[in-house]
Design a protein around this ligand. Structure first.
Ligand SMILES: Nc1ncnc2c1ncn2[C@@H]1O[C@H](COP(=O)(O)OP(=O)(O)OP(=O)(O)O)[C@@H](O)[C@H]1O
Length: 507
């Protein structure tokens, strides 16, 4: 994708940096994320944003940026939080360290109603997350906005350097998107972000790279691999799509996946290996152990089926690329190894045999691409489903009986959500087993059976999540049906935990 006049976002380590890129794209402009040391290698940007970060500018290892180079691009620059403090120092001002952290909503009072604050309320809620604050301001700095106490929280230096202490990219900053847009309007020219242009470039890129070779891709039924497979088909290349059924799928899921691909005119091969997976998992109760077994077997089965792939296509998305890069950099904080970065794939990558056409897109953009490829909405709006499947919803050892119970309860819950018009309002929902027996009464007889937990959450990016206040009538109907129809369950619970501290899935 051309980089002329794009928005270059520099990452100083804030947990919100990816969101800045997403928001700029939502506003219709092309944005990319860079490490500060990449500043010499970004083509000609149209505007630059410096993100927030966890460090203090006074730390010995505080991240820095080549200021002369930054100025040399001659384009508007916005410093967010740490980015603003860094700019203030570069312009000759100072930053005061503090141990007191300001975290949460705050009132912003713009001093005028133009430029960055055009159309913004005279008191606007913004989201703060910082300890240090700018103290001495350089002579030519202008205060654009202050907080309720009168402390400067937005500055301008010269005519094209801006700073904001708050985070415009999070939704808790009610007019944050508008402020970001106002900043982008300061640029002379910006590259637009249009999914149709992306699609054209992706299709050309795929045809050029693939030629008449055969491409193999794994399809899970999830959004990313589905869009990828349809994109490859649209490019007219020779593609082999493989679905591995590990026996940990939901009720009739294999049929549903095959049927969905059939509807889209894409042929898929199923590898049925439920016995292999369930055999190796028998008696294993430790969550990490279970994940390792599933991950390892999955790769083995997939590679055995693939044979000597000429080209392997993966539905790697932009957040995976960013996370892998930052994992590689900060070796200490490796969160997880993506299974699209295992050794065999890295080998193929070194030989130029890996195709990752979606690697510049975020999830919602992949959905938009899917729509433009004609993929039906019900497929694109499927809730995320974890790679290890029902294993992560089945604490303790996995048995056929437990899987049957989870499948039946999950099916009842999901169909109730659909019937009541709630499925599309929820990010993810499922039934998970609580393998603890409690006493109940069924048909005048004592029962001593397990409990099932229902979970429904909303989330923007799966990093945080909140439970959904489902209507009592829906919950009651689901509970009644489960208790009447599912053998082995005498208690239904609704999970009201947020993430953090809980996770979305159980294991
Ligand atoms: N059961 C499966 N059969 C074949 N390939 C799979 C299967 N599960 C996962 N994959 C492959 O591994 C990739 C990563 O799987 P993961 O579970 O992390 O899902 P994902 O990245 O959210 O993608 P998707 O939305 O396509 O499921 C998928 O995009 C797909 O190519």
């Amino acid at each position: 994708m051309t980089e002329n006049n794009h928005v270059a976002v520099f990452d100083f380590g804030s947990q919100y940096t990816q969101l800045i890129v997403r928001r700029v794209r939502e506003l219709g402009f092309f944005a990319k994320l860079y490490e500060p040391e990449d500043i010499v290698n970004i083509g000609q940007p149209g505007a630059i944003i410096l993100s927030g970060g966890p460090k203090s500018t006074s730390d010995v290892d505080a991240p820095d940026i080549d200021f002369e180079k930054l100025k040399s691009y001659g384009v508007p620059v916005l410093g967010v939080c740490y980015g603003m403090q860094l700019l203030n120092i570069k312009f000759g001002g100072a930053v005061k360290s503090s141990n007191r952290r300001e975290y949460g909503p705050a009132a912003l009072k713009p001093s005028s109603n133009d430029g960055l604050y055009e159309g913004i309320s005279h008191e606007s809620q913004v989201w703060m997350s910082h300890s240090d604050t700018v103290s001495d301001l350089p002579a030519d700095a202008q205060v654009l906005a202050a907080n309720k106490e009168g402390t400067p929280v937005s500055l301008q230096w010269g005519d094209r350097f801006f700073g904001i202490q708050f985070h415009p990219e999070v939704t808790h900053s009610h007019e944050g998107l508008r402020i970001l847009h106002n900043f982008l309007l300061q640029a002379n020219e910006l590259a637009e972000f249009r999914i149709e242009d992306f699609k054209r470039e992706m299709l050309d890129g795929i045809r050029e790279k693939v030629g008449d070779k055969q491409v193999v891709c794994g399809v899970s039924g999830g959004v990313d691999s589905t869009v990828l497979a349809v994109l490859l088909k649209e490019a007219g290349v020779n593609v082999r799509a493989i679905f591995v059924d590990h026996g940990l799928m939901r009720l009739d899921e294999g049929d549903e996946v095959r049927n969905n691909f059939h509807r889209m005119g894409v042929e898929i091969e199923t590898v049925d290996c439920a016995d292999l997976f369930l055999g190796k998992l028998a008696g294993v109760a430790d969550p990490e152990e279970k994940r390792k077994i599933i991950g390892g077997l999955f790769i083995d089965v997939f590679w055995d089926t693939v044979g000597n792939a000429e080209l392997l296509a993966q539905g790697t998305l932009y957040p995976d690329v960013i996370e892998s890069a930052s994992n590689a950099k900060s070796k200490a904080s490796k969160i997880k190894t993506h299974h699209n970065r295992v050794d065999r794939i890295l080998e193929l990558q070194a030989q130029g045999k890996v195709l990752e056409p979606l690697a510049e897109l975020f999830k919602d953009e992949v959905r938009e691409l899917g729509t433009s490829l004609g993929i039906p909405a019900d497929i694109l709006n499927r809730h995320p489903f974890p790679g290890p499947g029902l294993a992560v919803r089945c604490p303790g050892d996995i048995t056929e009986k437990k899987l049957r119970i989870i499948r039946e309860c999950d099916h009842i819950f999901i169909t109730r959500l659909k019937d009541h018009g709630w499925y599309d309002k929820v990010w993810q929902a499922y039934a998970g087993l609580i393998p603890v027996k409690t006493v109940g009464v069924k048909g005048d007889e004592r029962s001593y059976e397990w409990a099932i937990s229902l979970r429904a959450v909303i989330s923007e990016d799966a990093m945080t999540a909140d439970w959904v206040e489902l209507p009592p009538a829906l919950l009651r109907e689901t509970s009644n049906r489960i208790l009447n129809e599912v053998d082995g369950i005498n208690r239904v619970l609704y999970d009201i935990s947020t993430k953090p501290p809980a996770s979305i899935e159980w294991e």
